[in-house]
Design a protein around this ligand. Sequence first.
Ligand code: PMP
Length: 428
Amino acid sequence: PYAGPSAEEVLEKRRKFMNPAMFLYYKKPLNIVEGKMQYLYDESGKRYLDAFAGIVTVSVGHCHPEVVQAVIKQTELLQHTTTIYLHHAVADYAEALAAKMPGNLKVVFFVNSGSEANDMAMLMARLYTKSYDIVALRNAYHGMSPSTMGLTAHSTWKYSVPQGFGVHHVLNPDPYRGPFGADGKLYANDIANLIESATPGKVAGFFAETIQGVGGAVELAQGYLPAAYEIIRNAGGLCIADEVQTGFGRTGSHYWGFETQDVLPDIVTMAKGIGNGLPLAAVVTTPEIASVLAERLFFNTYGGNPVCSAAGHAVLKILDKEQRQQHCATVGNHLLARLRALQDKYELIGNVRGRGLMLGVEFVTDRVAKTPAKNETMMVMERMKDLGVLVGKGGRHGNALRIKPPMCFTLEDADFLVDALDHSLSTL
Ligand code: PMP
């Protein structure tokens, strides 16, 4: 059994010695001391079904034995040198990752976080096109570095410092709350309008998540990305897909989120699930676009280190071996069907959405006015935690549950989650 410090002791140290901007879930914060596949354990040994996966980061399962082994093996042999020397683990992994990409997306750069990956994508788009303006979506989250904070479109994550020069946010193609409903093409007109009125007529690029993660699992209206990509390319821009949350088969129907809208991006950024919890991220693009970075030297101390590369490579192999994409489709469809049935039972559930194991449930106090039920959302989360199920929260109004478990989540786990949600709603 766990013999370390209690939640109260950790909390006190955190308050005293750590950044006060950090936020916690739950009135009585959880002290998680162990993880195994889709389960987490607190200090008392209580088991929780994890349906949020460390904010969609643990892809193949907490402490998946094959990832653990790959990390141990590489750690014992060599931890770090940087890319000034050769190392096969990094090159082998780049080859394996490139093999997962469609089209000519064949050149990989490794970095350490999603923010860094999007920073690099932004830089490459600007260098390649020799334009500066960038289009992003409202309700997007692309990071918190000084430049990605400008791409992100949530006031919660924006400090009042100069940021986002040249970034313009267009209408979000949100089928539930957007003015044009599920008609993706109509929303894309806003991009054309923006380019005409707010830019020199040329842009460097366009960023989008296919299902907005932090934004509350909002799946972009179908037809949006093909229309948006066409408009952007006509204005000389590159199309960038942020696959930090939607990649690696999580959507079930496809390996990459952008494939659900049948588009081929020029640059793809990845993080989170790519390393199953290790600090790893990647930017993948075409040889032609990648060559612009060679105008200068590029260096990143930890990017592409052997240990994270070994973990990332293990993740790719496990996803294939355990057929996780197919599994996400099966379990996700079952979850969606059961959540939709629950929607018939509770007026509070305004919208159920998403794909695979990337789902959202939005709570409203009035279905017609779509009034966000923020307090109820917090109460449901607390109750589910007491019943042993951890879910996430998100969306502009903080009224959407985010269900994004490790990809080993089973049909039985899905049933347990929905039963816990049902019970929580019934006792509100
Ligand atoms: N893009 C998306 C879609 C994300 O969800 C996040 C993190 N929530 C990021 C980028 C930034 O990643 P990181 O926190 O690793 O910088």
